[in-house]
Design a protein around this ligand. Structure first.
Ligand SMILES: [Zn+2]
Length: 105
């Protein structure tokens, strides 16, 4: 196995510590967010006012906390996507595929 360096691990509280899983579900759910445009030269940046983009929602495979990734950081979106909704999404996915055994490196 390649020597991956996992920079982003799940910070959710689990037991006495953090979950720290580096494995996430991605079912193609998107959360529309404002995406400030950076690094573009020009004098007509007002056209990007209110610009939004769809950011993938990642659901931790170990503790089921949903996140979006902003600037390389996991941002908890469990207020917007609560445990009940996450469980529904996971069980819908499991009707076709069994839950994988999670063994983090
Ligand atoms: Zn987790």
């Amino acid at each position: 196995m390649p020597d991956f360096k996992f920079a982003t691990r799940c910070p959710a509280k689990l037991g006495n510590g953090e979950c720290k899983s580096a494995i996430f579900y991605d079912w193609g759910l998107k959360m529309m967010t404002h995406a400030p445009v950076v690094g573009i030269d020009g004098n007509n940046l007002q056209k990007y006012d209110g610009w939004s983009s769809g950011q993938s929602i990642q659901i931790c495979a170990r503790c089921s906390t949903p996140y979006i990734v902003e600037e390389g950081r996991l941002v908890d979106v469990s207020v917007e996507l609560g445990p009940e909704e996450v469980n529904q999404i996971i069980s819908r996915g499991q009707t076709n595929l069994p839950h994988p055994k999670i063994k983090d490196p």
